[in-house]
Design a protein around this ligand. Structure first.
Ligand SMILES: [Zn+2]
Ligand SMILES: [Zn+2]
Ligand SMILES: [Zn+2]
Ligand SMILES: [Zn+2]
Length: 301
């Protein structure tokens, strides 16, 4: 599949704008369609426009409100318009537009991640719920330490990490990585690094960062899988760090990048090294962090 970027338009629009006047979904018939297309799935764009809130431009869900002149408004915007219809400025009152609610209930629409490969067709009211869990929904950029808004499929994100974040990319399922940091006493979001490994035709993100565990400054290293949780569970990994005859070993299961970097860190699902221990492993005068982390990724049978 070609890589695809994704601009999150969920706050402004729930229904994709139709490419043509009528959206004929019969050409999408396939094994993955949970509801067989019926004749009423030919949804004209004018019906879609009717279901668009004139204020926030989102698709409307019950209760849909209307003014005495018949202009409609979504329930999220109603409290914000101070009792006045935003279209005609008349008093809004408390009138529900049942007819439009029923029209909406009769619609079936394709998942908005159609371009990402989802072939699902869903009733209007359950489309939103499906989309929040759709397996084709784009992934957020796994780069931590900045609020990167980029989302897309995995091939797109791999290129994005390479080109825009200048992330180190490695091939192979074993690694030997040296983390050097001149100021190991800065802890708050001070040290974090991301390295991407490619093996088994998949991509894995190795995170390394400093954080405060209670009162104790620590480092954590963990692996995330660039894909869904179900697939992440097919892999295991080990991490090793040590020096002067001591060694710490962690074995874990990579977490999906659907779980945020922070969520994984805050569940301590990785190799945690006390800073004192890390400086001991670094040798020398304990002024500089020099950690060698080795590891391996393997596929569970
Ligand atoms: Zn609205
Ligand atoms: Zn009005
Ligand atoms: Zn979908
Ligand atoms: Zn990014």
């Amino acid at each position: 599949m070609a890589s695809a970027a994704y601009i999150d338009d969920s706050c402004s629009e729930v229904i994709d704008p139709p490419k043509t006047e009528a959206l004929d979904v019969t050409e999408l018939v396939g094994d993955h369609i949970p509801h067989s297309p019926k004749p009423n799935v030919v949804v004209s764009s004018s019906v879609r426009e009717l279901l668009e809130c004139p204020v926030c431009l989102s698709a409307m869900y019950p209760p849909i409100h209307q003014c005495s002149n018949g202009h409609t408004l979504c329930s999220g915007c109603k409290p914000r318009v101070h009792g006045r219809c935003p279209t005609c400025r008349h008093e809004l009152g408390n009138i529900r537009c049942l007819a439009l609610e029923k029209v909406a209930a009769s619609l079936e629409l394709p998942c908005k991640y159609q371009n990402f490969g989802c072939l699902g067709i869903y009733p209007y009211y359950s489309k939103l719920k499906h989309e929040s869990q759709c397996q084709y929904r784009p992934y957020s950029c796994p780069y931590a330490g900045s609020e990167c808004p980029v989302a897309g499929d995995i091939p797109y994100l791999v290129n994005h990490l390479k080109d825009d974040h200048k992330v180190d990319m490695h091939n192979g399922c074993t690694f030997n990585h040296r983390y050097v940091k001149p100021n190991p006493h800065e802890v708050e979001n001070a040290t974090w690094m991301l390295t991407v490994f490619s093996c088994f035709g998949q991509y894995f993100c190795l995170h390394f960062e400093a954080f405060q565990l209670g009162m104790a400054p620590v480092y954590i290293a963990f692996l995330r899988f660039m894909g869904d949780d179900a697939e992440a569970k097919n892999y295991s990994y080990s991490l090793e760090v040590g020096g002067t005859g001591r060694k710490m070993i962690w074995q874990g299961v990579p977490r999906s990048i659907r779980d945020s970097h922070r969520k994984v860190r805050d569940s301590y699902d990785g190799l945690i090294i006390q800073r004192n221990m890390a400086l001991f492993f670094s040798g020398g005068d304990r002024k500089e962090l020099k950690l060698r982390v080795t590891g391996r990724i393997w596929k569970e049978q």
